[in-house]
Every structure is written in structure tokens, then in C-alpha cells.
Design a protein around this ligand. Structure first.
Ligand code: PMP
Length: 411
């Protein structure tokens, strides 16, 4: 066993000599190196949406790599899969004609891009004072520089000294608090509002349609850019291609990652509404957005994304999520009656959570799952069990996840 890998986000004292090495995947199942078969109840980190081990993605990537692995896309250069993917995403996303797409290597990259572009847009349009960003209690927006400042899970902010002081926190469920924050600060100083339409890592929190509608309207009224962080919800997880469509958010910018490739290769990006992109696209303009990374629009990665979207479309997997929404909610609902359960959340696509009394109990549930063929995951303070299976999961397998949690709690 390797002793040199430093696991992301891990307490290494508890991981040492305790690693689980995943060796193989097929559909909704994974096999560890010692041969144990596990049902992937979370689609890994909410991304394995079309399931594991699909040969059509491997074939598409190999074909692209044999022709050209990548050529960088700064300035006037591009590769064909990069261009095709951006057009495809704009066709699927709930934006007016003329939206633009910026690409990076994951969700955190997309958040950096969105935070910088929000501020850059207002300097470009003569309002440099608009630079404060509001994000929400329990938010998770990745862990790069801006993402660390925009997220409000305490453990992720500790030990770095002062984070970006131009980020303010507002309630994730009470829109009046958002309004108060805007009015107390002064709308003329606020650039953007960052919003996961369903909070993921912060505990699978559904803010409610009224909250989303009201904050969207507040942003419109005060010329604050509404940034929909769809790193988890994008590409079908809520039963629509994007949660922004489901909740009619008409975002000014929208991040995506995970589901764009179902995790076959690392990719993230930002869809930008035409009016935000406009100053940078004006004929004879002299403005550029000096942002981008070596692998922006990586050719082989974009080929994987195109093949992944083909699978989602060909197999009607987004509609499948919509049809499984009540199946998941009905399967999880009885858990609310069990000892140790604080709350059960479900009802939007294939997103669910079982909040337990404490992290110790959640550890036991996770261990029980591992012993009984179901791979579960704990989020937030370690006391919430995440349920976000691949879109190809069956009704019986959804029931098995719920039964396994129930059996663990019964022990
Ligand atoms: N935003 C949200 C809503 C996320 O859930 C995540 C990842 N879980 C990120 C941003 C960051 O994405 P990545 O880990 O790919 O950098």
C-alpha cells in the first residue's frame, strides 16, 4: 500500500492504514481491490451520473487522443471538440441566444472564473465599486481562493487567516435576510449573489421555490449578478438538464462541472449570459478577460463530455431522474421515524439526505453499508448521509439503499 498519497479533505490520522482502494467500476457498482462489490449510492462525489466503466466514453477519448490530445486554446486557437462542446452546452442551458462558455478543469475553477468575471464585468462597465459578493449559509463553492471565501462550512475556512473581506454571508432559506444584507450593505457595492439551487455538500438543503424566486428578483432589481452554481445540479440531477431551468432562475452566470463528463475526465466551466459577455465581445473593443488555464477546453476532455451528453440523450437519463424522484423520496421517508434520525430530505431529482443525531452514528451507518455492499458517504459535520445515486440506478437498488440505512440504524 502506498504511504505517500495525501488524501484530499481527509483527517490523515484516521485514513492511515485504513484506505479503501477502488479497483473497478461497472454501471452503479464498484469493486475494491480485495474484490468486495459495492453499490455506489452517491455516484462518487455526485458525478458518476451515467454509471461507471462505459466503453463508449473510453472509445471517444481514445479516438481524440490518437488524433490530438490537446492544443491550448489561449488567444485565437481552438480544437474542434472544444467548439462543439460549448455550442452543445449553450443549446441545453437555459440562456438566451448568444451565451458564451468559459472552460476549466473542475468546479472550483468555474467558481474562480465566475467570481473574477463578476467583478471584471462591473469595472468594464464603469461601476468598479460593485465588488462585494454575497453567498449563503452552508454554501460550498469549492476550495480554491474565491471558493474558500464564498463557502461557509466552518471547517473549510479555518486556519488561513483573513479570507476575502468583500464576501458577505446571507441566509440560505430566508430571502428577507438576503434583502436585509443587500440593503444594509448598499446595492451599489454588490456585484454578485452565488447560489446553489439545491445546497449539496452543505447538507442537501432545498431552499424552496419562494426563496429562489424572491432572491432572483432582488438581484434583478439591484443589478446584482445572479450566479447559479450547478456543479452538482447541472446535467440532469434535478430531473431537468439544469436546476436553473426547473426553478426558472434565468441566471446571469451558471457554473457546471461533475455531470458534464460524469467524471470520466476533469472538466468544469461557466455559462455567461449575453449581456454579461457583451462588453468583452464588442466589435473593435479593447477589453479582454485575462483569465484561463493551460487545460481550458482540453480536446480529449471535451470529447469525453460530448460522448457523455450523447449517452444522457440517447438513454433519456434526465427524464429517468425525473421519474425516479418520488421513488427516492418514498423509499427514504420511513427513515424519519427511526431512532437517531433528525431529518430526511428528498423530493428534487436524485438528491437525498438522512440527517443523523451525530457523526458517530453516521460512522456506524457508513461502516454497516460497507459491510453490506452499499457505499454511502457523510457530509457537512459528518452527521448527514448523502444519497445521490447514478441516473441508471433501479427502483430496487434505491430501496436497497434505504433498507441498508434502516438496518444500520436498527442495530
Ligand atoms: N460548487 C459546488 C456546488 C460543488 O458541489 C463543488 C464540488 N463538490 C464545487 C463547486 C467544486 O468543484 P470541484 O471539486 O470540481 O473543484
Amino acid at each position: 500500500m502506498s504511504t505517500s498519497f495525501w488524501h484530499p479533505q481527509a483527517m490523515m490520522s484516521t485514513v492511515k492504514n485504513n484506505e479503501i482502494v477502488i479497483d473497478r467500476g461497472e454501471g452503479s457498482y464498484l469493486w475494491t481491490e480485495d474484490g468486495t462489490k459495492l453499490l455506489d449510492a452517491t455516484a462518487a462525489l455526485w458525478y458518476a451520473n451515467i454509471g461507471h466503466g462505459r466503453p463508449e466514453i473510453a472509445t471517444a477519448v481514445a479516438k481524440q487522443m490518437q488524433k490530438l490530445e490537446h492544443y491550448q486554446t489561449f488567444d485565437k486557437y481552438a480544437t474542434r471538440p472544444t467548439l462543439e462542446l460549448c455550442d452543445r452546452i449553450v443549446d441545453l442551458a437555459p440562456f438566451d441566444d448568444g451565451a458564451k462558455v468559459l472552460l476549466g478543469s473542475g468546479g472550483s475553477d468555474a467558481i474562480e472564473t465566475a467570481a473574477k468575471l463578476a467583478r471584471r464585468y462591473f469595472t468594464a462597465t464603469g461601476r468598479p465599486d460593485k465588488r462585494i459578493i454575497i453567498s449563503r449559509q452552508q454554501a460550498y463553492h469549492g476550495l480554491h481562493g474565491h471558493g474558500t471565501s464564498l463557502g461557509w462550512l466552518p471547517a473549510n475556512r479555518e486556519g488561513y487567516g483573513e479570507l476575502d473581506p468583500a464576501v458577505l454571508r446571507a441566509s440560505a432559506t430566508d430571502w428577507h435576510d438576503v434583502e436585509k444584507t443587500i440593503m444594509n450593505t448598499g446595492p451599489e457595492l454588490i456585484a454578485a449573489f452565488f447560489c446553489e439551487p439545491v445546497i449539496g455538500t452543505g447538507g442537501v438543503i432545498f431552499p424552496g421555490a419562494e426563496y429562489l424566486a424572491e432572491v432572483r428578483e432582488l438581484c434583478r432589481k439591484h443589478d446584482i449578478l445572479f450566479v447559479s452554481d450547478e456543479v452538482i445540479t447541472g446535467f440532469g440531477r434535478t430531473g431537468k438538464w439544469f436546476a436553473s431551468e426547473r426553478f426558472d432562475l434565468q441566471p446571469d452566470m451558471m457554473t457546471f462541472a461533475k455531470g458534464v463528463t460524469s467524471g470520466y475526465l476533469p472538466l468544469g466551466g461557466l455559462v455567461v449570459a449575453p449581456h454579461v459577455a457583451e462588453p468583452f465581445f464588442a466589435d473593435e473593443g479593447s477589453l479582454s478577460f485575462r483569465h484561463g488555464v493551460t487545460y481550458s477546453g482540453h480536446a480529449a476532455v471535451c470529447a469525453a463530455a460530448l460522448a457523455n451528453i450523447d449517452v444522457l440523450e440517447r438513454e433519456n437519463l434526465v427524464q429517468r431522474v425525473a421519474s425516479l424522484e418520488t421513488v427516492l423520496a418514498d423509499a427514504l421517508a420511513p427513515l424519519a421515524e427511526l431512532d437517531g434520525v433528525i431529518d430526511v430530505r428528498a423530493g428534487v431529482g436524485l438528491l437525498g439526505a438522512v440527517e443523523l443525531r451525530d457523526a458517530q452514528l453516521a460512522n456506524k451507518v457508513e461502516a454497516h453499508g460497507l459491510g453490506h455492499g452499499v457505499l454511502l458517504r457523510k457530509i457537512v459535520g459528518g452527521n448527514v448521509i448523502q444519497i445521490s445515486p447514478p441516473f441508471i440506478i433501479t427502483e430496487d437498488e434505491i430501496q436497497l439503499i434505504a433498507d441498508t440505512i434502516a438496518a444500520a440504524l436498527g442495530e
